[in-house]
Design a protein around this ligand. Structure first.
Ligand code: SF4
Length: 428
């Protein structure tokens, strides 16, 4: 890696780190500064609207996954199960409940403020509802439920859009006005949406850079860092615009130099397998799994997980000229709100357009929004693309469901199968 490239890479990573640190510091000081905090989830989040009210978002799933990556979720989950939460409950919920029971200290070691409002955009996960019921019980704070229709027929109709827009206008905005004591300022929202669209353009360029051979990025292990700001508290901010502009420039430089992705152990070396991945990563064993891929020379060139907070690569952009309509379309377009045929189309197109050798499903025990129907998806995508599917099982943040030997074995067999198919000229 050239000296220039290292410094560029460091600059986007450092920027993201600073953004996150500043955000959590602001959150920790909120009880003193009086800044209002809204807890909300990643899929279908209304960050631009929250920011228009100068409200700070808190994303419970992000705190849970951070607890998983930092080795804390095991104890948090044990604590929640001791309180009576079943082993079958989504581990994100139990990790969060455990974290709250031990003082609500967030990933940076600073205490998170209690919510002034719980805002739930209901995008395909019933657990979200139950999770916020638990938090409401704990914090006795107001709650708003935005009902987002599932894309059962694979399209967003004008009636669906109107249904969501009406709720944003008549329920969400008045509640935000009440909680913050501020009037809704549509010009401010439009400005935020304009910045979102800019950042979204750059994110798409980054994700689509993986069509190059070799791919300059890993779109799952690396991808989760790239989606961080836009899926969470920063969409609509100038920080996000700057981060994605910088990241895009770094990635384009890697393409120019013909470089592959970096891994925790340095540059990948030869790209031997190009894989599409469906499902979220196992956060408790994230680095270990990444290393298993890297040791095989396997690069993830596209993933569905990087679409849970928006399917920008399918063309959606937040639109300042239609602010509430575009928020509505965004909520309805998140990956887990899409029906099975649409998901099959997406994955099949990824396999084709990103010249993948195959696709792998990581089926996580916790998340039915993801794992329901995955075997059907696998069969369909195999039929359509002629590329082999692989299947591993794990969990999001419950380390009891990750068996290193088992996963390694399955991956090795899977990559051998691809090699055999290549040797037999069944795939190119
Ligand atoms: S079930 Fe899935 S979508 Fe729902 S809260 Fe858990 S991880 Fe998130």
């Amino acid at each position: 890696m050239s000296k220039t490239d290292t410094s560029q890479k460091d600059s986007s990573q450092l920027r993201q780190k600073t953004m996150i640190a500043d955000h959590f510091t602001r959150l920790s000081k909120a009880p003193d500064t009086g800044e209002k905090c809204v807890y909300t989830y990643v899929p279908g989040n209304l960050t631009e609207l929250l920011r228009a009210f100068d409200v700070l978002p808190v994303l419970p799933e992000i705190n849970a996954l951070q607890s998983g990556m930092r080795g804390k979720s095991r104890d948090f989950i044990a604590m929640a199960e001791k309180q009576g939460h079943s082993e079958d409950v989504c581990a994100y919920v139990k990790s969060d409940i455990g974290m709250q029971a031990t003082g609500n200290v967030g990933p940076t070691g600073e205490r998170l403020p209690p919510p002034d409002l719980l805002l739930l955009s209901y995008t395909g996960c019933f657990t979200f509802l139950k999770w916020f019921e638990l938090l409401r019980e704990r914090y006795k704070c107001p709650t708003v439920l935005l009902q987002v229709p599932y894309q059962g027929e694979g399209v967003i109709t004008p009636a669906m859009r109107k249904y969501v827009v009406d709720q944003i206008r008549d329920k969400v905005i008045p509640e935000l006005e009440r909680v913050t004591g501020r009037k809704y300022d549509e010009d401010k929202l439009k400005e935020n949406l304009r910045r979102s669209a800019k950042a979204e353009d750059d994110l798409v360029a980054v994700l689509e850079s993986a069509k190059n051979v070799p791919s300059p990025i890993d779109s799952w292990f690396g991808g989760v860092y790239y989606i961080g700001p836009i899926f969470t508290a920063f969409r609509g901010t100038q920080d996000a615009v700057d981060y994605y502009r910088e990241l895009r420039a770094e990635v384009e430089e890697r393409v120019r130099l013909g470089q592959g992705p970096t891994t925790p152990d340095g540059d990948l070396g030869e790209e031997k397998f190009r894989i599409v991945v469906e499902g979220p990563p196992p956060w408790t064993h994230f680095r270990e799994l990444w290393k298993m891929f890297a040791d095989e020379g396997a690069v993830v060139v596209a993933s569905t997980y990087t679409k849970v907070g928006g399917t920008y690569d399918l063309g959606f952009r937040h639109d300042p000229d239609h602010p509430l309509e575009s928020l509505a379309d965004y909520c309805m377009g998140c990956y887990t709100n899409l029906n099975m045929p649409t998901r099959v189309d997406m994955i099949s197109n990824y396999v084709k357009n990103y010249k993948a050798d195959g696709f792998l499903i990581n089926s996580v025990k916790s998340c039915k929004s993801f794992s329901a129907g995955q075997l059907m998806i696998m069969r369909e995508v195999e039929n359509r693309t002629g590329r082999p599917g692989g299947f591993i099982e794990s969990d999001l943040v419950d380390p009891r469901y990750f068996s290193s030997a088992n996963v390694k074995n399955r991956l090795e067999s899977y990559f051998q199968m691809i090699q055999q198919k290549r040797a037999a000229k069944e795939i190119a």
